[in-house]
Design a protein around this ligand. Structure first.
Ligand code: SOE
Length: 386
């Protein structure tokens, strides 16, 4: 590999997303051999020296850091991967952009629009390539849904409906904050299910169906106080445990969204359904290789919902994997994202969603929370372009 095509990664964070992104960097060369650029696992950064050393050894990073400020200015790093908790995204991204590094950032872009806006300005001022891991766009069946919608087969869209349901925080004994539980601490996460789960639904929805104009939302925090893992003290819970909102899209369709961590029995039930004039589509993460499709134009004696197993070599991303008919899974969405990022370095185009597009999702999240707090409709201010 020529030196100029090495993309020396500096990963920040050694949790769930650090592993998911690293797996993608490791797999890419084997399954996307035609890409010019290749990631090199140059350095990983995490605050605990023991932990970062263990992570580097397990996953094959060449070096370690315990302070991200040292990492982002290292001359042997080309791209910073931000896989650390939400409260760190903005400061790291701005410093990395100033140091001329490309940035691959885990979702959500930041905790708020106020934090996200300067991130967009920083990457644009520095002219560095940037992207945000809204990974579900790159499930082959979801990418196929985009192709079907863009082909016009659905006609005018009337409805977009989406859920992201989990049940992992029902126990009142679960602490908030700290290792593994920062998503429950509003200071670190920024919000609860709105930024963590609905952000995925909103990103996919706007990608498939265009901008969200205004929202009306309700949120609930079922468990009002939890022990904080870092202080050992019981403290008020500031996150939204559940959120439901409805909205208008720019194209005139109506949206209905729900996310919760209190749907007993649901682990990650992420679904969407789109109803158009001529046809409808639905998708379910727990059966992620299938896209369901109903076409009113079908001959009436065979008309009905068809279940398309998205695993054939002419369907999105599949030719890079195995033989037609066998399945791929969750981790492949990150590989696809990294593949598209590396391709974008060849073409010079943006790797969607870039920071500017992810800012629009942030605006919707913020409008949702503001609407719930004020019990009123809120304009999002979104200016969407795919
Ligand atoms: C939270 O449980 C979580 O891991 C999110 O943070 C991810 O973004 C989502 O894909 C799955 O659920």
């Amino acid at each position: 590999m020529q030196d100029k095509f090495r993309l020396r990664i500096g990963l920040i964070g050694s949790g769930f997303m650090g592993r998911a992104h690293t797996n993608a960097y490791k797999r890419i060369g084997d399954f996307f051999p035609d890409l010019k650029y290749r990631p090199v696992l140059q350095a990983v950064c995490s605050r605990s020296p023991d932990r970062v050393q263990g992570f580097a050894e397990q996953w094959g990073y060449h070096s370690t850091e315990t302070d991200w400020r040292t990492l982002v200015v290292r001359k042997d790093i080309d791209a910073i991967d931000i896989s650390s908790p939400n409260d760190t995204h903005s400061e790291i991204a701005i410093a990395a952009a100033k140091a001329g590094k490309m940035i691959l950032c885990e979702k959500p872009l930041a905790r708020s629009v106020a934090e996200a806006q300067p991130m967009v300005e920083a990457v644009e001022a520095a002219g560095v390539q940037n992207t945000v891991f809204y990974n579900y766009r790159r499930v082959p069946a979801v990418t196929l849904a985009k192709q079907v919608i863009d082909s016009g087969k659905l006609g005018q869209i009337f409805h977009f409906r989406s859920n992201f349901l989990q049940d992992w925080t029902i126990s009142a004994d679960l602490p908030q904050g700290g290792e593994g539980l920062w998503r429950l601490d509003v200071k670190t996460a920024g919000s609860g299910v709105t930024g963590d789960l609905l952000a995925h639904c909103i990103d996919t929805a706007m990608w498939l169906n265009g901008g969200i104009r205004d929202v009306s939302a309700v949120t609930e925090t079922f468990i009002k106080e939890r022990m904080h893992q870092e202080t050992g003290k019981v403290a008020p819970v500031g996150i939204d445990d559940a959120c439901i909102f409805h909205c208008h899209f720019d194209n005139g369709s109506l949206g209905l969204f729900e996310a919760t961590r209190y749907a007993r029995g649901q682990k990650a039930l992420y679904t969407f359904e789109i109803n158009g004039e001529h046809a409808s589509i639905r998708w379910d993460l727990q059966d992620q290789n299938r896209l369901e499709y109903f076409d009113h134009g079908d001959d009436s004696i065979v008309r009905g919902w068809r279940s398309i197993h998205v695993s054939d070599s002419d369907q999105p991303y599949i030719e890079h994997w195995w033989i037609p008919g066998v399945c791929i899974g969750y981790e492949h969405t990150f590989v696809h994202h990294v593949a598209d990022f590396l391709k974008s370095l060849e073409t010079g185009e943006a790797c969607a969603p870039n920071f500017r597009q992810a800012l629009e999702t942030q605006k919707v999240c913020e409008a949702v929370l503001a609407s719930a707090a004020s019990r009123s409709w809120k304009d999002t201010g979104v200016a969407w372009s795919s």
